[in-house]
Design a protein around this ligand. Structure first.
Ligand SMILES: [Mn+2]
Length: 387
């Protein structure tokens, strides 16, 4: 999913600098851990003491979720005896995400470490240590939500503002441009050198969530981290090609159909111009495309000058609408999507719905109008994440 491609306003120092720059001062209250440094220490201690570590990212993973998890999975596997506490045996590392069949999105199959993935029904029911990646709430773990609930130690690695802090250790930094930034920090704290293969996963996360360094979360720290990752020898052109610059011919037909019926509402809800369309199962079936083929449609729609808000209703294989919303800054789609049971960020969010598309849009319009500055009922909520 794509909430992770989310623009954060404001500068973002790199994670190392942030530790010494008074994180508490800039932390916007609510559920954030008061002292992330303590959480880091607790995470490393839990990992050091574990005989078995289960990793899980959110379902329908994007480049940040899967890239971060595979980077950490590889780091844990290569972590030499010298890096571990004296005498401890290497832990068993299990990586998965909670859907069956376990289908790796086509655009992410180039990532190193996909061979390490285990189907979710083979993940221990009561993991000693479990770590989640890019999941803002436990339900985003799909089938693995129950395993997470029973884990002795649950380390949550995430950057969504709407994260519910569902772990026993919560490494949640909403100022981080991507979960990959936090995964990089963790790998450093575990003393594992960043190999080319590890860097590739982290880089995929970084470019996915910054929209190839186009979104406003693209800070100097993001570029510094990108530089360090590129120094391992990865090919940025190759990564971009895999992630965005290829599609089967049928995608052109799908795009033509769904863009052709896009609707523009120039004086939209709460005065925000709104553009929206649907990608149905029938559209995908007509062109032989999987659900993930619908993911990039929002990136075309959101260019519309007349609209501050862009929305794509994507029908999944179960007939549910997976709704993606983007805003350019005037509207807060995160608040609206949280109100509809989803989550995300002010400029990138989503929710799941059923029923006629017109009804889903009516509900969303209503929430966007309610969130208009000065309108009753506006205000930030915190629930789970969205696409
Ligand atoms: Mn992310």
């Amino acid at each position: 999913m794509t909430a992770e491609r989310s623009p954060f306003p404001g500068p973002r120092p790199d994670s190392a600098a942030a530790r010494t720059e008074g994180r508490e001062v800039s932390a916007p209250s609510d559920h954030r851990a008061p002292d992330l440094e303590t959480e880091w220490a607790r995470a490393v201690k839990a990992i050091d003491g574990a005989a078995e570590i289960c990793l899980a990212c959110h379902i329908r993973p994007d480049g940040d979720a899967l890239g971060s998890m595979l980077a950490v999975a590889q780091a844990l596997r290569v972590r030499g005896a010298a890096d571990r506490p004296r005498g401890s045996a290497p832990p068993r590392v299990i990586a998965s995400f909670g859907e069956l069949p376990l289908r790796i999105p086509r655009i992410l199959r180039f990532l190193p470490g996909t061979d390490l993935l285990t189907p979710p029904d083979a993940v221990p029911g009561r993991p000693q240590v479990m770590m989640t990646f890019d999941a803002a709430s436990a339900d985003r773990l799909g089938m693995l939500e129950a395993n997470a609930a029973r884990a002795e130690e649950l380390i949550v690695l995430d950057h969504h503002a709407s994260n519910t802090s569902f772990g026993t250790v919560n490494l949640i930094d909403q100022d981080a441009a991507a979960t990959a930034v936090l995964a990089h920090e963790l790998i450093g704290r575990l003393g594992v050198p960043v190999s080319r293969d590890i860097a590739l996963g982290l880089y995929a996360g970084l470019v996915t969530d910054t929209g190839s360094f186009r979104y406003s979360n693209t800070s100097p720290g993001v570029h510094l981290l990108a530089a360090r990752l590129l120094e391992t020898g990865i090919d940025p052109g190759g990564v971009a090609h895999e992630l965005w610059d290829r599609a089967p011919f049928g995608f052109l037909g799908l795009l033509s159909a769904v863009l052709g019926r896009a609707e523009l509402e120039p004086a939209g809800p709460g005065r925000y111009g709104l553009v929206w369309t649907t990608v149905t199962r029938a559209d995908r079936a007509a062109h032989g495309l999987p659900f993930e083929a619908a993911e990039s449609v929002i990136d075309v729609l959101r260019r519309t000058d007349e609209a501050d808000v862009a929305v794509v209703l994507k029908e999944d294989d179960d007939g549910l609408w997976q709704v993606s919303a983007r805003a350019k800054g005037a509207a807060d789609v995160g608040r609206a999507c949280v109100a509809l049971g989803g989550g995300g960020h002010p400029r990138a969010a989503g929710f799941t719905a059923q029923g006629p598309a017109a009804d889903v849009m009516a509900a969303l319009r209503h929430q966007l109008a309610a969130g208009r500055p000065g309108a009753a009922g506006s205000g930030a909520g915190a629930a789970d994440t969205g696409p």
